[in-house]
Design a protein around this ligand. Structure first.
Ligand code: GDP
Ligand code: MG
Length: 328
């Protein structure tokens, strides 16, 4: 039986298809449901509209309405550090996130699939690093939430697609960072920043190295950027070089792991204390409990000391892998 849909219905349907937000969709769907001819021929369609409406209303309830976009861009930092993934659409960000973290961000071979930042945790040895997949940046409009997200991160992973003019993609990304007043810094000392600017440790990653000729393209960007950033080729899809990537990310972050112990016992190597490079015994105490700092008299150290178990003061610099016994 033909449905005989009216022009009024078709118009509402068109609006529904073009609607970008859930409330807009609900509004058009309401019209569709109101004007749809009610006879046997539209029975199935009416059923579909009804269930679609139920889904949309459910969606609306799940999300808070006030400051929704701002809120979506606020990703609570978890683990040892937060690294933001930045790349033009289709570079493979979502694919990478789903390969190296516990999160699954939607992967598709058409752009603009990821609409809000998605966090995921990556395990590296005995610690966890948080990754955030970002939605595409609109050239004509910069979400304040977006630039805050990137500016507040501990590290940045620039992902370029080696099969699609990576040098051009880098120009686009560096221009975006410029607009957000972010200076991408590779290895070496952090330069002093102008007011309003922030610096961010940055790793450059060429993706899709599994594709023919991709390594030729990689060599070109390597030549251009190797003095500025640490860089490496990977294939997110084929899982190539991902262990190396994890190591590079850890090294990028300027963090160290130390372990605490109590007298007469072995340290717990599964629970590192994470510090910034240049951290001291005092920082170790502070990271455990703020009361420890005031009570701390001295520490014993295994690793960076002249000998194992050396007694050191509060301002003693600690290094990766040190074991520390705090004496209160
Ligand atoms: N050959 C190849 N394709 C990849 C690789 N990584 C991602 N892709 C494909 O590239 C397309 C875009 O990936 P996606 O992760 O959605 O990109 P995003 O827009 O940056 O999030 C998808 O079709 C992926 O399957 C890779 O390492 N090699
Ligand atoms: Mg994506």
């Amino acid at each position: 039986m033909p449905a005989n849909l009216t022009p009024q219905y078709l118009e509402a349907e068109l609006k529904f298809k073009q609607a970008k937000t859930t409330p807009e969709k609900i509004k058009s769907l309401e019209v569709m449901m109101a004007v749809i001819p009610k006879h046997k021929g539209t029975e199935r369609l009416r059923g579909q509209l009804k269930s679609r409406m139920a889904k949309l209303k459910e969606e609306l309830q799940k999300r808070p309405t006030i400051g929704r976009t701002e809120q979506a861009y606020h990703i609570k930092r978890e683990g040892a550090a937060q690294v933001v993934l930045l790349g033009i659409p289709n570079s493979g960000k979502s694919c990478l996130l789903s390969q190296i973290t516990n999160a699954s961000s939607e992967v598709a071979d058409y752009p603009f699939t990821t609409q809000k930042p998605i966090p995921g945790m990556m395990k590296f040895e005995n610690l966890q690093i948080q990754f955030v997949d970002t939605p595409p940046v609109q050239m004509d409009h910069l979400e304040p939430g977006f630039s805050n997200l990137v500016r507040n991160a501990d590290g940045l992973l620039l992902l370029v697609d080696l099969t699609d003019d990576p040098a051009f993609q880098m120009d686009v990304l560096l221009e975006e960072l410029n607009r957000m007043r972010i200076k991408a810094v590779g290895k070496g000392p952090i330069p002093s920043m102008e007011v309003g600017w922030v610096s961010l440790r940055t790793l450059l990653v060429g993706n899709k190295c599994d594709v023919k000729n991709a390594m030729g393209a990689y060599q070109k960007i390597e030549n251009r950027f190797k003095s500025a950033f640490p860089l490496l080729p990977i294939s997110a899809k084929e899982r190539m070089n991902l262990d190396e990537l994890k190591k590079e990310i850890y090294q990028l972050l300027d963090i160290i792991r130390v372990y605490t112990k109590v007298p007469g016992k072995e340290p717990d190597r599964t629970e590192p204390v994470i510090l910034k490079k240049g951290g001291t015994v005092e920082d170790v105490a502070l990271s455990i409990h703020k009361d420890f700092l005031a009570k701390l008299r001295y520490a014993k150290i295994w690793g960076s000391g002249k000998f194992d178990g050396q007694m050191v003061k509060k301002d003693f610099l600690v290094n990766e892998g040190d074991v520390i016994e705090l004496h209160l």
